[in-house]
Design a protein around this ligand. Structure first.
Ligand code: BGP
Length: 498
């Protein structure tokens, strides 16, 4: 690793939006307070990197049951349920619902210009299909955004971050049902109206490409799997495009972005078949959603993809108009890793952020098997900026790692500092090469419940939270070494990475 004590080139523009990111269901806790309804995460247990999270339910005879969350549907007549004898980590999160003032003071101390957070849909609409929002939920977020403003921190708000109200999942069948567009649009309109002037930067859907990218993790996805993923995505595209139009009409100052799970895909070998497969991986996993949201129409390759998997989409003329009129103002994405695509036999498979691929011998991997590839971030930024020429934000990036609390309470997370240092250098190079990068929010700036495994020990934060995987602990916050380091980075606008 290159000696990092020296000053870097610091191409970050003035006003660059440094900060951190979380999501409601992973930090808030208070899962059943002030009229909040349940979301799928509330019936999902904790797992580990080797043991998947489970979803619990009551079967048709009223008996408790559990099943694997992803890729399986409820048995006939069953209902999702919170059951005795299970621990549900998202119920407590890291208690930010009650401790947001303390958390924002710490963010301010680090010098945050921006905090990315999400609004829990079922706090504003308990069931999801009501006509009027829950007042307590609306007021909670008003206080949250006012508190951020008091601390001179700009909110960046994700409207949907994996938390469709459970009633909409159960009674309506989730996003496969076109009705959800209407419910989402009502929810988004409430957000734009109630928080007009308090929030200007919005993201419509977190990692919208996950349903299609995730298909490959099933091994051999069926045509039905493709049909379902493409149709539900189409509903989300239309919902997003309608929200963008409404958001602009309510306040012209609103800047609304897409949010893509950004993985840099590389061919595993120089076999031309791998090069072509890699191109197709970019089309399916990355461009399919980005093109619709940034350009306002499906890319040419979408027809190939649909044909290959016998997908027949239900698309109306009005949908096409909405897509064309509801393009986003900025491109945002998460970036944790790259993945390899190959048509050859794979000996060593690595899992990652809603993706899997062959192990890359040139990379090192985290304890959870996520590859460390800062150059991949530069590659992604340059590739995407060239394609859309829209302002870009990296709104998630970080290292999930085990932290050790020393006897004196200090936490020496130099591995995290090194991870960030290399990724910030990569962003710096991309800016130098012309990319209009305007912001960076690291993932889990305060420790959060992991989305993938439900663990808290997979820690991302600059701020440590005293809670374990069974929910024991004081929830007290403390500063890791990376806290002081990031503070210096922000104060020097990316100049001082030592
Ligand atoms: C992204 C999600 C986040 C976050 C992150 C890290 O997919 O948008 O919600 O959790 O990945 O993943 P994990 O929590 O599984 O480590």
């Amino acid at each position: 690793m290159e000696e990092s004590g020296c000053k870097n080139m610091a191409n970050f523009p003035n006003g660059f939006l440094w900060g951190g990111a979380t999501a409601a269901n992973q930090v808030e806790g208070a899962y059943n307070e002030d009229g909040r309804g349940l979301a799928k995460t509330d019936v999902t247990t904790g797992g580990t990197k080797d043991k998947p999270r489970m979803v619990t339910y009551i079967d048709k005879d009223g008996k408790p049951g559990e099943m694997i969350a992803y890729g399986s549907s409820l048995p006939e007549g069953a209902h999702y349920a919170v059951l005795d004898g299970y621990y549900y980590p998202n119920h407590k999160g890291v208690d930010q619902y009650h401790r947001y003032q303390e958390d924002f003071a710490l963010f301010k101390e680090m010098g945050f210009k921006q905090y990315r957070l999400s609004i829990s849909w079922s706090r504003l609409y308990t069931r999801g299909d009501e006509k009027e929002p829950n007042k307590a939920g609306v007021e909670h977020y008003r206080k949250v955004f006012e508190e951020l403003r008091k601390n001179d921190i700009e909110p960046l708000v994700t409207i949907w971050h994996f938390d469709t109200p459970l009633v909409l999942e159960e009674e309506y069948g989730g996003w496969s049902n076109r009705k959800l567009i209407e419910f989402y649009v009502r929810f988004a309109t409430t957000c734009f109206t109630e928080y007009k002037g308090l929030v200007h930067n919005w993201l419509t859907f977190n990692e919208i490409n996950n349903p299609i990218q995730f298909l490959d993790m099933k091994g051999h996805p069926s045509d039905e799997d493709y049909q379902e993923a493409c149709q539900l995505l189409h509903h989300q595209f239309v919902a997003s495009a309608k929200a963008v139009q409404i958001g602009h009409a309510i306040n012209q100052q609103n800047r609304i972005g897409c949010m893509i799970c950004g993985i840099t895909w590389y061919p595993g070998t120089c076999d031309p078949k791998d090069i072509l497969a890699n191109r197709h991986a970019w089309e399916k996993n990355i461009f399919y959603c980005g093109d619709v949201q940034c350009k306002g129409y499906y890319g040419t390759y979408a027809k190939r993809l649909w044909k290959e998997h016998n997908v027949e989409l239900e698309i109306t003329e009005e949908d096409l108009m909405d897509l064309a009129n509801g393009t986003v103002d900025m491109y945002t994405f998460s970036y944790y890793m790259s993945q390899l695509v190959t048509t050859h036999e794979i000996r060593d498979i690595v899992q990652g952020n809603f993706s899997s691929g062959a192990k890359n011998p040139y990379l090192s991997y985290s304890d959870w098997g996520w590859g460390f590839d800062a150059d991949g971030l530069q590659y992604y930024l340059e590739m995407i900026y060239d394609r859309y020429e829209l302002p870009i934000m990296v709104v998630e990036n970080g290292l999930g790692a085990y932290d050790t609390v020393e006897e004196d309470g200090s936490i020496h997370d130099d591995y995290r500092i090194e991870y960030y240092r290399e990724h910030i250098k990569a962003m710096d190079r991309a800016i130098e090469n012309g990319v209009d990068l305007i912001g960076y929010t690291t993932w889990g700036c305060i420790d959060v419940v992991s989305a993938g495994t439900g663990e808290i020990r997979k820690r991302y934060g600059f701020i440590y939270v005293d809670v374990d995987d069974e929910g024991n602990g004081s929830m007290d916050r403390s500063r890791k070494d990376s806290f002081y380091w990031y503070k210096k980075v922000i104060a020097s606008n990316g100049e001082d990475l030592s």
